[in-house]
Design a protein around this ligand. Structure first.
Ligand code: CDT
Length: 308
């Protein structure tokens, strides 16, 4: 048995006025709670250090650079890395990354239990739009402020577990999990910021948004026989509501831990990574059952082509 207690550090809202230092103090408090529960791997949300700034339109995108980090760790986040090293806690969190050569990514990093960064992921499925859209009840300008990730979907053998990262909208795409599944993933970590109402379909509110989130992660876990941890930034940020609903899902697709609030909240569950083996060796033994000769469209076609 390869058992590890895995935690999800759901975070409540972060307002524009909140400093990085204040937010990191909250993250450290969640890490202390996680340590007290025996957590060895802790998952924080997407864009964990700041408000979800892609909801704001700026004519000049450079105005948004204040939300980006040009190094990691940096002065504000170093205390979190120091605490993690002291506690022997591996962790992952998301942030807006500005590279030395001027590229902007929605990024997450993965550390080992000594707080060394062992993996970096840059969000591939960027939702939303590039220009201001007056038809929407709120803006979602990730396509304006970020470039699609350029690192692909990777896994890392970290603390004895094969771990992979994805970010928010990635969780809705089966391709995400299958790319990781084909590398033997055992723990998929996913941070998210999801508005509780669809900006283009008001009738799709909180209940259905939570359902879609669960559905996507439970299916991804089951179909690849892996644990999935999905962690929200939740609550009302600068007047805009984000849903909570952080969950830990086991390799059968069952939810084994769930957040109950929309604030800073720790969820955790003991994960036995040997439980991933059964599904990977039977119904989802990819080597025996996948029929890639019939999957050509997936790799070469983006949009739908209906025959005439
Ligand atoms: N952050 C993020 O990717 N949020 C999206 C909202 C989709 S609506 C444009 C999500 O999939 O949850």
């Amino acid at each position: 048995m390869r058992k590890m207690i895995v935690g999800g550090a759901q975070m409540g809202p972060i307002q524009q006025a909140d400093s990085r230092e204040t937010v990191v103090a909250r993250m450290m408090e969640l890490m202390r709670k996680a340590h007290a529960e025996g957590v060895k791997m802790l998952v924080y949300p997407e864009l964990a250090l700041t408000t979800f700034f892609p909801r704001w339109y700026a004519e000049d995108r450079a105005e948004m650079d204040r939300w980006f980090e040009s190094e990691m760790p940096n002065g504000a986040t170093q205390p979190l890395f120091d605490l993690a090293r002291e506690m022997g806690m591996a962790f992952t969190f998301g942030f807006a990354e500005l590279t030395p050569d001027g590229h902007h990514f929605n990024t997450s990093i993965l550390t080992d239990a000594q707080a060394n960064i062992v993996g970096t992921y840059r969000k591939i499925h960027l939702p939303g739009h590039v220009e201001f859209d007056p038809e929407r009840t709120h803006q979602h300008l990730e396509k304006r402020y970020f470039e699609p990730g350029d690192l692909g979907f990777n896994v890392w053998r970290n603390e004895g577990v094969v771990m992979g990262m994805a970010i928010c909208n990635d969780r809705r795409w089966p391709e995400t999990y299958r790319e990781l599944g084909l590398q033997g993933v055992e723990l998929v970590t996913i941070g998210y910021n999801t508005p509780s109402v669809n900006s283009q379909k008001g009738a799709e509110g909180l209940r259905q948004r939570l359902f879609h989130s669960d559905l996507s992660m439970q299916a991804g876990a089951y179909q690849n026989s892996t644990y999935v941890v999905g962690v929200a930034k939740a609550g009302t940020e600068d007047g805009h509501h984000l849903m909570g609903g952080s969950i830990i899902v086991d390799p059968d697709g069952e939810v084994i831990a769930r957040a109950e609030t929309e604030g800073d909240e720790l969820i955790f569950a003991e994960c036995d990574f040997d439980r991933c083996t059964f599904g990977k060796a039977t119904v989802f033994d990819f080597a025996r059952h996948r029929r890639i000769e019939h999957y050509q469209r997936i790799g070469r076609q983006t949009g739908v082509i209906v025959p005439v």
